[in-house]
Each structure stands twice: as C-alpha cells, then as structure tokens.
Ligand binder design. Structure first.
Ligand code: GRF
Length: 204
C-alpha cells in the first residue's frame, strides 16, 4: 500500500524534509501529497515546493476561531485524500473535531521522552531538570497536549558540556530517524492501537 500523507508544519520543516527524503528513497512506502502551514514564511512550504508537493498556507487570521480554522484544514486534507496526517512542528493545538476525525491516523513528533516534558521548549525543560537521558517520541495525536499513545522513542544521552542548543541538535538528528520509521510502520499496517498502548506487528 502506498500511503498518502499530509504534513502540517509551522517552521523550518527539517522533519518534513526527513519524511520527503524517506518517501523518495523508498523507506516510506508513500508520498507526501500536501504540506500545510499556518505561517506564510515557514521554510517548510519552500521545502514542499522544491520537492514538487503542493504547499498550502492557511492563515489563522481569516477564521473566527480554532474550530473554523481546523474545518479548513480538514477540508484541504480531505481534498488531498490523505490517509495519514503528520504534525511536524505544527504550533497550534488542534480542536476536538480535528482530533476525532483523524484519530489513529494522525501522528506527532515531540522532542522529549514523553510523558516527561510535554509542551513547549521540551529540550530546555529536560536540560534544566538535569536529566542524563533525553530523546524524542513519536505518538498518535489525541485531544491532550503530547499525551497520545506512544509509537516509538529514541534516547539521546546528555553529555558534559551540553547546552540546551547542542542537546536539541542531537535530539533533532534522532527525530529525523524516528519519524520516518514510525510512518513506515503505519504505512505497512503494523501499528495496532490497544487503548493507551500501541502494539507493533512483526514484519510480514
Ligand atoms: C521538532 O523539534 C519537533 O519535535 C517539534 O518541533 C520541532 C520541529 O522542527 N514538534 P522542524 O520544523 O521539523 O525542523
């Protein structure tokens, strides 16, 4: 099966790039069909264009509230007939309607080992707390902030001499591996949601 992917991104889009690259070289059996951003200048939109993927800017200013905005997101994703939505640095909290519509078909990547350090500036939160092992998490999206069922995690040791920035850079490298791997599992139909737990079926 070739999975049709929609990516939502607000920023530089390095995770988007990792997904595009993995689709191009066959690590992900699928294709990014649409990239949507809530920021006009997001570099993610440029990356999409370069890869020949439709870039779509949807300005939050044009909508009365989150429900209306997310309605427009749903419309664009439905039009692109996506099977899977990947949040990649999308800086908006999604409405209940959006989450319900895509439950089990919407993934996010977070730069911490959840459930520790949800929310913003997770790498700095972990660094300031003094953890010795940081990392990243790919999870299904539910209605909480970074609370959905966990698909994959990768650990990153905190080194002497690290700063929040050097740590964040090493976490990001792992994100670029973890996200395509998780998407591949989804595309292969190997992720089974069992309440909070995600079972991973063996390779066929
Ligand atoms: C990543 O650290 C991701 O974990 C978080 O937002 C950042 C996005 O980076 N959700 P990029 O735009 O993919 O480079």
């Amino acid at each position: 099966m070739s999975v049709r992917i929609g990516v939502l991104a607000s920023g530089q889009g390095s995770n988007l790039q990792a997904i595009l690259d993995a689709c191009a070289d066959g690590r992900i059996p699928g294709k990014v069909e649409i990239v949507i951003s809530d920021r006009k200048k997001a570099y993610a939109l440029e990356r999409a264009e370069r890869a020949g993927v439709k870039p779509v800017f949807i300005s939050p200013r044009k909508f009365r509230d989150r429900i209306e905005y997310d309605g427009k997101l749903i419309e664009a994703l439905a039009e692109a007939r996506v099977d899977l939505v990947c949040l990649a640095g999308f800086m908006r909290i999604l409405s209940e309607a959006f989450v319900n519509r895509f439950y089990g078909r919407c993934l996010n990547i977070h730069p911490a080992l959840l459930p520790s350090f949800p929310g913003l500036h997770a790498q700095r939160q972990a660094f300031d707390y003094g953890v010795k092992v940081a990392g990243c998490t790919v999870h299904f999206v539910d209605s909480g902030v970074d609370t959905g069922p966990i698909i994959a995690q990768k650990a990153v040791p905190v080194l002497e001499g690290d700063t929040p920035d050097t740590l964040a850079d090493r976490i990001l490298e792992k994100e670029h591996v973890a996200y395509p791997e998780a998407i591949r599992l989804f595309a292969e139909g190997r992720l089974v949601l069992e309440g909070r737990r995600v079972a991973i079926l063996p390779e066929p």
